[in-house]
Write a protein that binds this ligand. Structure first.
Ligand code: AMP
Ligand code: MG
Length: 413
């Protein structure tokens, strides 16, 4: 048996990030930039007002206060989107709205809450009473405050979030060059499987793994393709597995244990190259990794929770690496066990658990229900995998244990 870390390392060493593609701005969300984003303009493109108010000369209003208002002549009204036509001289001001360009001559803005309208209601041709001083540049947003023309705004390798999309838009990029999303083929195997729309007859169960996997693939940043169910025959399994080269990655469930009809391994040996591992973990000890016509292949065990845990530990990091991410694994957090746990010492256990923040600080963790690998409810109720190392068999309440946060995106290895 090999350890989880050894298996992960072996797999990742054979995976390279996929090529890049150019996509519409919003379609880049959640993906990894493969080219930097450079600005074609200054942002902001001009000095502008941060407030609705009056553009003034700071020197004119230095002594202004509620009891000592300074009266200024109002030249014009500058709304956002307009361009000022008048230069503000001593004793003058222009009414200005948020985002509107600063008029020449003015160097500060007094917000509308700090003025009293004078003649003509403080409009053009009238007057305004300034009731507070303003320092030079106060309430003025400087040209190029955020970005200078020609400057790199987003770096290659960065993940595109909502703010990145906004930044890219503001600097003129309607498309972004990002890593391709891995196209992942999903194959379930088993004579017992019927589709979700069917009521299972005698001896049958519904296929759930294909759907769980499709969801996991999507969450990991891949593009799931459900190819269907292979019956437990060489021909049927070969027919689906031989489609691997149409995809960046193929994942199957079931058929990799020691059962009489576990044909996935046999087919892989015939049409691909195979590493069969017993990984020292529970659930999900039998794991198969290989290639078919150059496409990486994972054969996950069939029990629904084994499938999910195997995906978390091995497939998700591969999808993330292909998609260009450098942070490949979930965050790990130490938490205090709320109850005793016994296990066999032979392997690492991943218990489906719920971690909560304690009011006094730190975290506590408890298992999230029945731990049978055939059941999914504990996975659903839980938010982490409690990782209990091989070599130990008893963990008393109060012990600190490592938890893998399944409810968080990325962490450090
Ligand atoms: P196997 O690894 O093929 O021996 O399957 C182990 C267990 O997982 C068996 O009880 C199967 O019925 C079950 N199983 C296999 N594939 C699926 C699937 N796609 N959806 C739900 N359960 C499955
Ligand atoms: Mg089977």
């Amino acid at each position: 048996m090999i350890t989880v870390e050894e298996a992960t390392e072996q797999v990742l060493s054979r995976i390279e990030p996929l090529p890049a593609e150019r996509v519409d701005l919003v379609d880049a969300l959640g993906r990894v930039l493969a080219e930097p984003v450079v600005s074609d303009i200054d942002v902001a493109p001009f000095d502008n007002s941060a407030m609705d108010g009056y553009a003034v000369r700071a020197a004119d209003v230095a002594g202004a206060g509620d009891d000592t208002p300074v009266t200024l002549e109002v030249l014009e009204h500058i709304p956002a989107g307009a361009w000022p036509g008048r230069t503000v001289g001593p004793g003058q001001a222009s009414r200005i709205m948020t985002g509107a360009p600063m008029p020449p001559g003015a160097d500060a803005v007094v917000m509308v809450e700090r003025i009293r309208p004078g003649e003509a209601a403080g409009g053009p041709g009238g007057t305004v009473l300034i009731c507070a001083p303003a320092a030079a540049r106060e309430n003025v947003r400087a040209r190029a405050e955020e970005v200078r023309e020609g400057e790199t705004v987003l770096l290659s390798g960065e993940t595109v979030g909502a703010a990145a999309i906004g930044l890219a838009a503001s600097v003129g990029h309607a498309e972004l060059v990002v890593r391709r999303r891995p196209r992942v083929a999903i194959v379930s195997t088993g004579d017992e499987l019927v589709d979700v729309t069917e009521k299972p007859g005698p001896g049958k169960i519904r296929n759930s793994n294909s759907y769980t996997l499709a969801a996991l693939v999507r969450l990991a940043g891949g593009e799931p393709h459900i190819l269907g169910v292979a019956r437990d025959t060489m021909d049927d399994t070969r027919a689906l597995l031989s489609r691997a080269s149409e995809f960046d990655l193929m994942v199957t469930t079931g058929g990799v244990s020691m059962g009489d009809f576990d044909v996935v391994k046999v087919v892989l040996e015939e049409i691909g190259e195979l590493d069969f591992w017993k990984v020292a973990m529970r659930p999900g000890a039998p794991q198969t990794f290989g290639t078919i016509d150059g496409t990486p292949f994972f054969g996950l065990p069939g029990n629904p929770t084994s499938t999910m845990v195997g995906f978390e530990m091995f497939v998700r990091p591969v999808i993330r690496k292909m998609a260009g991410f450098t942070s490949l694994v979930r965050p790990r957090v130490l938490a205090t066990l709320s109850h005793d746990v016994k296990k066999k010492p032979d392997r690492r256990y991943f218990l489906r658990s719920r971690i909560t923040r304690r009011p006094e600080g730190g975290y506590s963790v408890a298992i999230a229900g029945n731990q049978s690998s055939a059941l999914l409810t504990a996975m659903h109720r839980g938010n982490c995998l409690m990782s209990l190392p091989e070599g130990e068999s008893f963990f008393a309440a109060g012990t600190e244990v490592m938890c893998i946060r399944l409810d968080m995106e990325e962490g450090t290895a």
